[in-house]
Design a protein around this ligand. Structure first.
Ligand SMILES: C[S@@+](CC[C@H](N)C(=O)[O-])C[C@H]1O[C@@H](n2cnc3c(N)ncnc32)[C@H](O)[C@@H]1O
Length: 308
């Protein structure tokens, strides 16, 4: 049976072949898919695993989780958890996993479906932007209560808005903001027409990152992932914006360091040991063909390490 052909639309997996090559699977491997989504990568991984193998999948969003194709649940090798990948340390033992991969961010499903404010196209959506409505507060609560300095920091760091100060001022003047349309009006008032969609997309991205604590969760979980992996285990991450990629790149580089002494010390005095080798010296990116079929793949970057 082909897993891929049975898949309902919801997301087109990015850099699938490249990811599967880098995690270099063996028939009986224990694998974690940290961001299961609609299982596009998992389907390809399962094709390469034997009957003794195990694939654990995490999906934080209950709506996406409930839409995972049935054949994954029927596969005895697969264990699915409707929780953040932060939980992987509770489910799996240290030194027990052969390969872990993350495909960060949102699915096409989030952008193409009205309801939670993930896309600037759905103006009547509430500004919620949480993956799970039981966790944290909706973006509107943050937007309406935060001091201007905090908004400057969120939109500046996580959205890199070009019209940062005017947009934050405009938001503060118009509060309370409850819908995507309310936010768009605040942006439209201070941004030239050709930049509105860009600034809206970046503003929503910034709010999403903040309400879901995406970057903190990524940092914590990369460290956890390296503890779960066996010697020779593989860790791969696909990221979609520079903030995530920077975290992955620096963390992976730190795993290669075998000395963390300050440079002014004449001789090494630390017990640091190299933990892993980076196997992608520069990130793997989608080719022209993939981008033409799936333009949303264009910003993807894939990096991987192999544990010592
Ligand atoms: C880019 S999609 C993954 C797509 C998947 N690889 C596929 O081929 O269908 C990212 C998914 O991760 C989920 N997600 C985001 N943050 C998460 C987290 N902290 N833990 C688990 N899942 C998360 C999102 O809800 C989304 O479904």
């Amino acid at each position: 049976m082909s897993f891929v052909s049975d898949r309902k639309p919801g997301h087109q997996p990015v850099l699938k072949r490249e990811l599967v090559e880098l995690i270099d699977l063996s028939q009986s491997d224990m694998v974690i898919d940290a961001t299961f989504g609609f299982g596009g990568h998992a389907a390809e991984v399962l094709e390469r695993l034997g009957t003794e193998a195990k694939l654990i999948g995490f999906e934080r969003d209950p709506e996406v989780f409930s839409r995972i194709p049935e054949f994954f649940r029927a596969d005895e090798r697969v264990g699915l958890y409707n929780s953040s990948y932060c939980e992987m340390g509770r489910i799996c033992k240290e030194n027990s996993v052969d390969a872990i991969y993350f495909d960060l961010g949102i699915c096409s499903y989030h952008l193409d479906r009205a309801g939670r404010g993930f896309s600037y196209r759905y103006l009547t959506d509430p500004l919620d932007l949480r993956f799970c409505s039981k966790e944290g507060q909706p973006a509107s609560a943050l937007l309406n209560a935060a001091a201007p300095d905090r908004l400057l920091s969120i939109f500046g760091r996580f959205g890199e808005l070009r019209f940062l100060k005017p947009i934050v001022r405009s938001i503060c003047e118009r509060r309370p903001l409850d819908t995507v349309e309310d936010l768009k009006k605040a942006v439209e008032a201070v941004v030239p027409p050709h930049m509105i969609n860009r600034e809206m997309a970046r503003a929503l991205q910034a709010l999403r990152i903040e309400v879901n604590r995406e970057l903190e969760q990524l940092r914590e979980s990369l460290e956890m992932a390296t503890r779960l992996l066996v010697s020779g285990g593989r860790l791969a991450v696909i990221s979609f914006h520079s903030l995530e990629d920077r975290i992955v790149k620096h963390y992976f580089r730190s795993l290669e360091e075998d000395c963390i002494c300050p440079p002014e010390l004449p001789a090494c005095a630390c017990d640091a040991e190299k933990v892993a080798d980076v196997v992608t010296q520069s990130p793997v990116t989608p080719g022209k063909e993939e981008v033409s079929v799936n333009p949303r793949s264009r910003s993807a970057k894939l990096r991987a390490v192999r544990m010592s």
